[in-house]
Design a binder for this molecule. Structure first.
Ligand code: GAP
Length: 458
């Protein structure tokens, strides 16, 4: 399939104009790199999350969901290693005082040819010196040394401001799954291997956020931890790579726009790790991660909490701390990929260009739009609207020419338009127009329900 002409500017403009995503706190001049989902966007994002949950929890033999608290005991972050190791290498420009990530500077300077992930801080400093990488804000060359900068947002609990009251906004949802490992195992009587999944907010004080909703300071993660026995972990790691890949193909991604990328530098907890990258409008970047986390997390929580997190095999009686294979994907980042993948500008036979979002029908905000051909057909159209919206999200539009109304629905990716016309008064049928082919067919209301129900299945 030919690559579409999507740029970030076009996506941002379309999202703003069509109620998909707005800049956060916009009337106050914005709040750097926070974004608000509008009426259409919240539906799409909820559908993205629903599709993920359905695939990885509902359709799984042995995976269970949790919704853990965002604020956790601070010891959790000591055990997980986040208080000491969750940091970015930052450098300040002594001239204009702007702050930058050394790895991002190197990536931009080398146009992606040098991979800073494989470099130590000293090597990054040497590169920046040797290549005289200037400040991208003021153009001068006068850097501090690299200092590490912890990405966790801090807040405090209670009325006093003493250090023992310091707590963090969680930087990942994963720890909520680890600390509940035995709660879930006991209450579900799950046997190893089994999974715990969660969708929820995470917060990171990113130094160089940007690229629309790609990297933000507040975002949602969809994470799945697979608890298994040591020795089976590598097999499950490979299996999750495939499951994560297949999920994207089923959402309608072109496989030419996806690729695996092994990590050059492993996180402190990982034995093997890779990303699936997507060819975003700004270039190839991480969409999701798959990590073999070994028994690191549960062992650390056992050590720091003093509570046993040992699993006892009900048949053999064997006791062990399970290994974990993690699959983690940002809901907002997947949303950006879904928007980029769906975007199209199609030149019609009459030379007009139509903007159309080719979302999978399961992801589209509205499954259908009801359009009375003329305003005096509104009562019949509204009757159909009331009937259909009990079954799935349906929108209604009676303003403007039918052509303009089709275009508006194409731009937000509504897969089917249902036009109520004068024939509808005679036989109750309506015209169903397909977003992608623009072909039309006449169907009864029952026929419409059956047709759409089949198409929106995921
Ligand atoms: N528990 C493992 C973990 O959090 P990660 O690679 O740091 O791993 C997982 O994050 C996923 O979360 C990423 O692949 C990305 O989709 C999303 N993500 C991470 N940081 C993000 C940010 N600042 N803004 C939006 N999404 C982010």
């Amino acid at each position: 399939m030919e690559r579409k002409t999507v740029t970030m500017e076009k996506l941002v403009a379309l999202c703003k104009a069509r109620g998909i995503i707005f800049a956060g706190s916009e009337i106050y001049g914005g709040m750097g790199n926070t974004w608000d989902y509008g009426p259409v966007g919240v539906e799409i994002k909820n559908n993205v999350k629903r599709a993920w949950w359905k695939r990885f929890v509902q359709e799984s033999d042995n995976s269970y969901g949790v919704d853990a608290a965002i604020l956790m005991n601070s010891r959790v972050w000591e055990a997980s290693g986040h208080t000491t190791s969750f940091s970015d290498p930052k450098m300040d420009c002594k001239e204009c005082k702007s702050r930058h990530r050394a790895d991002t500077l190197i990536e931009a300077h080398s146009k992606g040819k040098v991979n800073p992930d494989a470099m130590s801080n000293a090597e990054m400093e040497a590169y920046i010196q040797e290549h005289r990488v200037n400040c991208p804000v003021c153009g001068k060359f006068n850097w501090t040394n690299i200092r590490t900068f912890n990405l966790m947002f801090e807040t405090s609990r209670g009325v006093t401001d003493e250090s023992q009251n310091k707590i963090y906004l969680r930087p990942e949802t994963a720890q909520g799954e680890f600390v509940n490992f035995l709660n879930v195992q006991r209450t579900t009587r799950a046997k190893i291997p089994f999974g715990i999944a969660q969708i929820g907010k995470a917060f990171r004080n990113e130094i160089t956020p940007g690229n629309f909703i790609f990297r933000t300071i507040e975002f949602e993660q969809m994470e799945h931890q697979w608890f298994c026995k040591e020795g089976t972990d590598e097999e499950y790691y490979r299996a999750f790579k495939q499951r994560a890949w297949q999920f994207l193909l089923d959402l309608g991604f072109n496989k030419e726009h996806l690729r695996f990328k092994d990590h050059d530098k492993l996180a402190h907890y990982a034995k093997e790790a890779c990303d699936i990258q997507y060819d975003f409008p700004m270039g190839w970047s991480e969409l999701n991660g798959i990590h073999n986390r070994t028994d690191y997390d549960l062992s650390r929580h056992q050590e720091y909490s003093g509570k046993s997190l040992t699993y006892v095999d009900p048949v053999s009686g064997e006791r062990y701390i399970p290994y974990v294979v993690e699959y983690s994907i940002g809901a907002d980042r997947l949303m950006l990929a879904v928007l980029s993948e769906a975007y199209d500008e199609e030149t019609l036979e009459n030379g007009e260009v139509r903007n159309v979002m080719h979302f999978h029908p399961a992801i589209a905000a509205y499954k259908a739009a009801i359009l009375p051909l003329q305003k005096n057909l509104a009562p019949q159209a509204r009757e159909l609207w009331e009937r259909l919206r009990k079954l799935f999200p349906v929108t209604y539009d009676e303003a403007g020419s039918i052509g303009k109304r089709y275009r508006r629905q194409d731009e937000i990716g509504t897969p089917f338009c249902l036009t109520v016309d004068f024939d509808s008064l005679q036989d109750g049928t309506v015209t169903l127009r397909d977003r992608d082919t623009m072909q039309q067919q006449r169907l009864s209301p029952e026929g419409v329900i059956a047709y759409i129900t089949e198409k929106i299945a995921f």
